[in-house]
Design a protein. Structure first.
Length: 416
């Protein structure tokens, strides 16, 4: 077992870190001001993307590149420490074309798109020319159970016609968002896991209406988490992704990589929160002591270090498993990190906010934004409880194969 980063990854870590320090950190204030003024900061985003691309810091998330796909072809394990650095600033990953939900969408298209779909949507996405959204969740049904989805995708001649309402669709308000990957039902009478299909819906199709951009914990994000109505939306039959009835299987394939990327970035956010907490605790004094000299604050620091390192190790193990046995075989580990890391992220942010005093919840630190995003991640890509249920199911199934094997360890007295 090797816990070190390879020379290749170490070199990339330095380059991503330097890029962040030189070009992204100095824009943090401007980004915030423009968002507050209701402007999407496209102006410098496109310049930074061009720079990152020219330096080869581009599409770092995508392994197994095909011929015409720009990127570095890193494994998930190699990408993890780089995503972690990007995760220190909420919007930084877009500069490297490594942001959600586009990465999950690109992986999906990379795996399942037809040649025509690849040319029209995947290549422009990989080049950073357009953005995308993934539309599954609906206001009218409990969407953590994807079999509940009600949006209809109905075949009509050479087209499909879509009717339904979605919400919390991330990226849909991004000015460059051009394509939605929508999940709906093509056959409501089929068995529960073969009713759904995925279809590509260009954002400017007639009948697509973005109703609103929903604030998250009163936090406005410029790329949006939107409510969208699809009213008699007609797209060519060639826009179907995969086969009719394969939507559920495709969703599982998409959510594996998407989930681990969120976790990788969250480790970076937590690490930054700890660094801020440790520094602040050495600057401020109460009752004659620096904050870190109070037992409770030093315990927060120590617990945060333990929890972040535990979480990172599990994320790295999961990345290694995705690389070596595939996302399907790593589904338990993916659920484990998804149920763990956002809570570690918010817990560390919470301690850091407390250490900062009132400033901790002001816009003068990144902590409140990071906490808000960590909290939202306990829903996005499946709520904690669904992941916990999945993990427990797998443990019980495993136990059933060896049921009784622990009997010899029991010391229950014999009953006559
Ligand atoms: C910031 C953000 C971004 C998002 N981005 C997207 C996006 O881009 N595209 C998209 O399609 N969706 C997106 N979502 C939606 C997200 O995927 C859903 O909110 C999530 O799947 C839960 O669905 P729901 O909100 O309908 O909750 P429901 O399904 O109504 O569930 C409510 C609650 O019930 C509990 N629960 C559910 N199942 C179980 C169980 N088995 N055991 C115990 N308790 C359970 C959980 O606590 C859960 O929170 C986003 C959400 C957020 C907050």
């Amino acid at each position: 077992m090797d816990f070190g980063y390879s020379p290749k990854v170490e070199e990339l870590r330095i380059r991503v870190r330097n890029f962040m320090d030189e070009y992204i950190l100095p824009r943090v204030r401007q980004y915030k001001e423009e968002v507050h003024a209701g402007i999407f900061p496209v102006s410098f985003m496109e310049d930074l993307k061009a720079l990152a691309k020219s330096e080869g810091l581009w599409n770092l998330f995508l392994p197994h590149l095909k011929d015409d796909e720009p990127g570095t072809g890193l494994t998930n394990l190699e990408y993890a420490p780089l995503a972690e650095i990007m995760g220190r600033i909420g919007w930084a990953s877009e500069v490297f074309n490594c942001n959600a939900p586009d990465t999950g969408n690109m992986e999906l298209l990379h795996m399942f798109a037809t040649p025509a779909q690849r040319q029209e949507w995947l290549i422009p996405l990989l080049n950073g020319e357009i953005r995308s959204a993934f539309a599954m969740t609906e206001p009218d049904v409990a969407s953590s159970d994807a079999t509940n989805i009600t949006t209809l995708i109905k075949r009509d001649g050479d087209d499909y016609v879509i009717n339904g309402r979605k919400w919390f669709i991330t990226n849909a308000a991004h000015p460059n968002c051009r394509i939605f990957i929508l999940m709906g039902k093509t056959d409501p009478d089929a068995d529960p896991h073969h009713q759904q299909s995925m279809i590509l819906v260009p954002r400017d199709t007639l009948g697509v209406e973005i109703v609103r951009n929903i604030d998250i914990m009163n936090h406005h994000s410029p790329e949006g988490h939107c409510e969208i109505v699809f009213r008699n939306v007609r797209v060519p039959a060639g826009n179907l992704l995969g086969e009719e009835g394969s939507g559920f299987a495709l969703a599982q394939a998409r959510l594996g990589p998407g989930r681990i990327h969120h976790c990788m970035r969250s480790i970076g956010g937590a690490e930054l929160a700890l660094e801020l907490m440790v520094e602040r605790s050495q600057e401020r004094k109460t009752f004659g002591k620096y904050l870190h000299q109070h037992g409770i604050v030093s315990e927060w620091i120590a617990r945060s270090r333990i929890e972040i390192d535990q979480a990172r190790l599990l994320v790295l193990k999961t990345a290694w498993m995705i690389d070596n046995v595939g996302a399907k075989a790593a589904s338990k580990e993916i659920s484990m990190i998804k149920a763990l890391v956002p809570t570690v992220f918010t817990t560390v942010c919470d301690r850091a906010m407390q250490t900062f005093g009132a400033m901790g919840i002001s816009p003068d630190t990144p902590l409140a934004d990071h906490w808000t995003w960590g909290r939202a991640l306990r829903f996005a890509d499946g709520p904690d409880e669904v992941h916990l249920q999945g993990i427990a199911r797998m443990e019980i199934k495993k136990s059933q194969k060896t049921m009784g094997a622990t009997a010899a360890y029991l010391t229950t007295p014999d009953r006559l």
